[in-house]
Design a protein. Structure first.
Length: 136
């Protein structure tokens, strides 16, 4: 019983620390996905500590001239760290819209262009799934 409890505490502590670790310089961290919501970083350097990263993203829709459009929008706050935010709309391995990396210190915001939904065989087809990323 005590061994199991100790193991659970180690797992809880590890999960809590992940948000405060720095990403590798060349790594792009998936911060948010329309499918999965906030995604934990898989590219952290063990033991590396940095300022707390606050990243969020959203998929936005609006009607433009009677056609439904969609875009991806991301924000990152990383106090004192020069970093970037990137937003994309993807369908499978195809990137349909890309904000490219928007660099800054403190807070950054990235947004893709609006992309229209298409009608295929009577069905409304999305221009892609929204993703946002951040890194240094």
């Amino acid at each position: 019983m005590m061994k199991t409890l100790r193991g659970l505490l180690v797992v809880a502590a590890t999960v809590t620390l992940v948000g405060g670790m720095a990403t590798t310089a060349s790594a792009e961290t998936l911060g948010w996905s329309e499918v999965d919501g906030n995604v934990a970083s898989s590219s952290v350097e063990p033991g590396a500590r940095a300022a707390q990263v606050n990243h969020r993203g959203t998929a936005e829709q609006k009607s433009i001239n009677g056609t439904t459009n969609k875009r991806s929008h991301g924000w990152t706050t990383w106090s004192g760290v020069y970093h970037y935010t990137r937003a994309q709309l993807k369908s499978g391995s195809s990137i349909n819209a890309d904000s490219n990396r928007v660099y800054g210190r403190g807070g950054t915001e990235a947004v893709t262009a609006w992309k229209p939904f298409r009608v295929v065989g009577g069905d409304l087809v999305s221009p892609g799934t929204a993703y946002t990323f951040y890194g240094q």
